[in-house]
Design a protein around this ligand. Structure first.
Ligand code: FAD
Length: 385
């Protein structure tokens, strides 16, 4: 029995990138369930935000851009961003009737018959003419490997497992990594821990002054150039530097953000440098970032020799049916918004140009200028009070 379901577009992931894409699909006449589906393996709305540590309050995030068509206003800055964003995304999905299917884990995407793609999931198979991959990075924490790492008797954890500073009370903690997460962990943990040590591979670059549009554009252009060449994308901080805000300044003055060079090896008791220096530790916290969660695309062989997928705009150069939204230059809330719109525009063109298959579902109608939320939820900030 063949119970493969056919749609025009499958969106994988219901974070900022997937929801923005779904919004633009709806807005241009694609019907959820009939023309497109959104599949997400997380248990609830919120994308990766639902898993962020409780002490990452809404006031501490760098600037969360609202999704298209519905503002996020009056959010309480002292509440965990995990809660604020999850509520906002849930309201958004309802308002635009996006009908996200969850938990549905996409395991593999393969070439199907008649120019279609087969999306194999924990809940059966979808056959689709185009794919928007919006799976983010949270599911692929990056752990570097160091000599002796397996011998360490203390605890090792990654940012993805960090739940707040209290559990480090009285412990000697080493934080690895020069990004925003690493510095935030240090500032939070220092008042609780017996000692903290910050190690990074490269000298951290602090950025004076506000993050303006020019800086943003320059950062995006740098990452864009990498993905155009088929190299793995870099994190935004690696190109923008760390903002020198009051908390960071205080951390530098207090000696909490006194960066040490990366250690060369790990021992049962701690870490060591090749010059003979050793440091005892109870915890190594790897704030070493994330990689794109795209293993399910492996059967399509999109990766270049450089290790990344070559992308032009949001389209995979090797396969115009596939768009990567929230990948590389669009891996920010504002970037994901724009990329969702661009991907949908491109896909509409592709579907119009490509002959349809015999078992084709109903054609999407002409684009409407805008869609109104299905219910009168304009923001969720006050709902939380
Ligand atoms: C700690 C931290 C703080 C950040 N702060 C900011 C900030 O302040 N401002 C900003 O602009 N950006 C910030 N970012 C970057 C931010 O994550 C992105 O901007 C944006 O939220 C990512 O959205 P996304 O939709 O691409 O990914 P996600 O939110 O990760 O959503 C991806 C979704 O795909 C699903 N998924 C993954 N794999 C599969 C699969 N195989 N099958 C089915 N579903 C799958 C996941 O369940 C998830 O729901 C931060 C990142 C981190 C790690």
């Amino acid at each position: 029995m063949n119970n493969t379901r056919e749609v025009e577009v499958v969106v994988i992931g219901a974070g900022q990138a997937g929801l923005s894409s779904a919004y633009h699909l709806r807005r241009t006449g694609f019907e959820p369930e009939r023309d497109f589906v959104v599949l997400d393996h997380s248990p609830a709305p919120g994308g990766a935000w639902q898993f962020r540590w409780p002490s990452l309050t809404y006031g501490k995030v760098h600037g969360m851009h609202a999704l298209p068509g519905m503002e996020l206003t009056d959010a309480d800055p002292t509440r965990p961003s995990a809660e604020v964003v999850a509520e906002y995304f849930a309201a958004y999905e309802r308002a635009f009737d996006l009908r996200v299917r969850r938990p549905v884990d996409v395991r593999a995407v393969r070439e199907g018959a008649g120019g279609r793609l087969l999306v194999e999931t924990s809940d059966g198979t979808w056959s689709t003419r185009a794919l928007i991959n919006a799976t983010g990075t949270w599911d692929r924490p990056f752990w570097p490997r160091y000599r002796g790492q397996e011998t360490f008797r203390g605890r090792q954890l990654h940012t993805a497992q960090y739940r707040g500073p209290e559990e480090f009370a009285g412990l000697r903690v080493i934080v690895v990594g020069g990004g925003a997460s690493g510095t935030q962990h240090l500032l939070e943990i220092a008042p609780y821990a017996a000692t903290t040590t910050w190690v990074t591979r490269r000298l951290p670059v602090f950025r004076e002054g506000p993050f303006n549009e020019d800086l943003g554009r320059a950062a995006v252009a740098l990452v864009e150039e990498r993905v155009r060449q088929g190299l793995p994308p870099k994190s935004v901080v690696s190109v923008t530097g760390l903002p020198l805000n009051d908390a960071i300044r205080q951390g530098i003055d207090d000696g909490v953000l006194d960066r040490q060079p990366m250690f060369d090896g790990i021992t049962p008791e701690g870490v060591e440098w090749n010059d003979g220096r050793r440091l005892a530790a109870d915890v190594i916290l790897w704030a070493t970032g994330f990689r794109a969660a795209i293993d399910h695309l492996a059967p399509l062989r999109l990766r270049e020799a450089g290790g990344g997928i070559r992308v032009e705009g949001t389209r995979a150069v090797a396969d115009p049916r596939i768009h990567l939204v929230g990948y590389g230059p669009s891996a920010s809330t504002i970037g994901a918004n724009r990329a969702g719109r661009a991907a949908v525009r491109d896909i509409r063109r592709l579907l119009a140009e490509t002959p349809t298959q015999p078992t084709e579902p109903a054609q999407p109608t002409e684009p409407a200028d805008s869609i109104e939320p299905a219910e009168s939820v304009r923001s969720v900030g006050s709902a939380a009070a």
